[in-house]
Design a protein around this ligand. Sequence first.
Ligand code: ARG
Length: 566
Amino acid sequence: MATLREQLSERLAAALAACGFPDAEAAVSPSSDERFGDYQSNVAMVLGKRVRTNPRGLAEKILTELDVDGIAEPPEIAGAGFLNFRITEGVLVGFLEAMRSGERLGTSAVTPRTILLDFSSPNVAKPMHVGHIRSTILGDCLARVARFLGHHVITDNHIGDWGTQFGKVIHGWKHLLDEEALTKNPIAEMARLYREVNAREAANPAVAKTVREELVKLQSGDPENLAIWKRCVALSWTEFQKLYDLLDIRFDERLGESAYHEALAPLCRRLEETGLAEASEGALCVFFRDIPELAERPAIVRKADGGFLYATTDLATIEYRVARWNPDEVWYVVGAPQGLHFQQIFEVARRMGVSANLRHIPFGSILGADRKIMKTRSGENIGLGEVLEEALERAEKIVAEKNPSLESGERTRIARMLGVGAVKYAELSQHRMTDYVFSWDKMLAFQGNTAPYLQNACVRIHSIFRKAGEERPGQIALRTPPERALGIKLARYPESLPLVLEDFRPNLLANYLYELAEHFHAFYEACPVLKADPGERASRLALCELTVRVLTHGLGLLGIEVPERM
Ligand code: ARG
């Protein structure tokens, strides 16, 4: 089903063609001010500039060709040449009723693409950092939205399970391991070994030498080192999995860097044979002499000592993914500091003949209250586990205060939805490039642009339905301005979803949901539901029902669950 915006855009395109602009983009957007209608187009201004003519005159000419019958009232021209549209009552109600009766909430069909989504990708035995938190939450949301819109999405967790960190960890394992600490918190103990050896290495060249030797032994298949490595990976996976379960995040593949280990030497040979890579000071490099910003920055695929690098693994990964999934797109949700790395490997992949659209989806950092990159109290990188633990603890307190009569299992269940929801929403309601300040009080507040505010709106509607008892919603009618404003906002839900994928911006969906909840509250304040006359009551219940469905669905795409009560 075409959205209202698409329907208007289609008619506008026909009018533009009739005016001699068959290629012009028939841009229609929600009106910035509802007094001017529901949708507007600035096409006359854009074209006016292009052909150097008065935009108002052009707008008038477009109007003579424009037929919006069966969608909107006769359009009006405003300001410098805006076209304003007001959707007719019947069409709006019809659209909302179609949303209510369908499964897809009014979204139009897309041409399905196969999208491989690389996200989360923490490193084994290295402290997790906030980048992994952001990647995990953002990537999962993009996967959910793309899937719902009809794309074929494969999620792959490319964990760092085969890096130079294992030289340090194995050395630490052999000399410094605290078994008890390992049982209690394996990731913390492995991270401790890593840090401890790192410090000793810096102070003592002899340690650095054994660390290198341990790494070489691992890479050449030494059974003892291989066994330690396997244990590290398994322990980490168990811990990661607990977090993914808590977050309700699933991966279709979990092929870490080690999965490509065997492919690296042959890949380098091929790169060399085909002339894509060349020897340089003992290393094997791909040069980008024709790309000014990369001219001085070749991608090294094999070091002089024969070791392979992050870039080599990523190239082998691309080859595997192309062969296995033939994706139209590969999306990498990885922090902005890796921009150069992706620019380089995408260019090499292109030269290797990969035609898939490879996209780096970068994001900023998370800041502590001091506006510096967030750390734990002891000054270490903060892990997702710590963040979630604290979120659950705080949420449990809030729920207990709000509703002391809940039995404890139910309280924990609701606290999980609230706590996890708050962390996810704090991430997803920001533009991904923003360095946002992490504030527990703000993200767990029931007022403002937060998950609890949205969850609470749903809870409120559920309670209306509990009170309504047997009474069923009827047909939607939009009698008063707050009802109409809520109606038009609801009809925009299917328009908001494709925008999320346009520039990878879940915050557009989050903001949409926030505004919807605000419209709902305005409606609820102005229009009694249960106390209204029977006919009005039935139509207002219908508006409530569609609102809670859209809110719940939209939050679901953000990966956030909604309790029935709290
Ligand atoms: N493990 C890497 C890191 O923590 C992220 C991997 C991202 N994905 C990739 N294909 N390079 O920095």
